[in-house]
Write a protein that binds this ligand. Sequence first.
Ligand code: ADP
Length: 482
Amino acid sequence: MMDLELIKNPKVLIDGQWWDASDGQTTSVINPATGEQIAHVPKAGQHEANEAVLAAERALHKPLSFDDRVQLVARIARLLLENKDQLARIITLEQGKPLRESIAEVEYSAGFFTQAAEQVVHLQSNTLKQRPRGLKWTVHHRPAGVAALITPWNFPLAQLAKKVSAALACGCPIVAKPSEFTPLSAIALFGLIESIGVPRGLVNLVFGEAEMIGEVFCTHPMVRVLSFTGSTRVGRLLNERASSHLKRMTLELGGSAPFIVLNDSHLEMAVDGLMASKFRCAGQTCVCASRALVEEKISDRFVEMVVDRTKRLRVGNGLDPETDLGPLINSSGYDKVALHVSDAMIRGAKMVFGSGSVGPSKAFGNFFEPRVLTEVNESMLVSREETFGPVIAIRTVRDESDAIRLANDTLYGLAAYLFTSDQDRAARVTQQLHFGHVGVNTGTGPTPEAPFGGMKDSGFGREGGLEGLLEFCETQTLASKF
Ligand code: ADP
């Protein structure tokens, strides 16, 4: 077991107290790079989830003032930055990503709290200038109620920070459920929040039996908001299960981002964008470039440049400062990427960088060497599903309209990227792309200041910006004779 300064209580947090599971069940948190057991944590279930929802409901009846909420979220931002190195180490230990990416993740997470503190001011009550029907009309943004938050393992701190910051700024008590693979970043975050003396039950944390906990979140009448980030499969399941209970839902689901490089692109810029987008977190992000669509004339040169850059990447333990790509999260993640590569090869793709054979997955240490594939087509899994690994899949396209058609030929609608040096062309193409986030001449993903979310099977609702806060508010309109 490791001695981690911020993990004083590797337990679930309910009503201001750290608990073991009521039936005593535990599970281990494993470092995906080494297989080392980092901690034992409780495996909580329905009972704990219920208790946590009840505690949150009690907190709802003792609300913080608006100013206290603003101060709280701003304070959490500072706490994260003060503990940046410790938090980053925890992220790398349980998730595997390179330490410098973990540091960036902590800064990114803090940004959501800072932004929430700044933006929530715009949601204070506002009285209309007009007096329709001779009355005073005032619009309030009330806390929507208890918010249940479910997050995945790829950004164990940031995915939570997006939701927790918005919920707390808007006055919603929370029950969070991080991934069972990465509960330690969440424990560290909630430990820090608790350390500043928040009201009991305002923040609750449970993890363990995902289905059981999810069932409580979907059906408990006191849960008013369900905010989920994860696979489209589970998002759809939760949406179905919660639908008869009429909860507010935000679903941040999978993606299959097209990365369009047109003839007139600045090629260095495009390659930089692709490397940054594709290899962050070893390709395990929902916004990472999945399908490079490159116009014919520049395709050979582009592929050459991509291969040259990919060759230089170093795969290894995230704690090693030389590492560019850490291990994949586990053997099933590895098997999926391996399947996508072999499927592409069988269907006629050409591997222009990387070894043709993929070794078997292991219990841990599933390091996946990056690969670059060309001659990719729409029949391949790499084009149709989320690969979640360090595989660049390149397809040559005839022209702009071919690129747009293929880019939109997916059930997903999360992120897309476009490279061109012509601003009018960029405007024309982007308005035809059905994706919630579009990077133009950049591979950058979301930022706390702006709303982010998907279309189509990538879900609905937004995180970040003012829109991210609105997900946790109910609008109440007062028509008054006063
Ligand atoms: P990923 O493939 O990124 O792990 P998942 O959708 O499987 O995506 O997991 C995302 C989050 O959803 C995790 O916290 C996981 O524990 C949780 N989860 C998985 N299945 C369910 C379920 N049936 N109900 C509620 N939460 C679930």
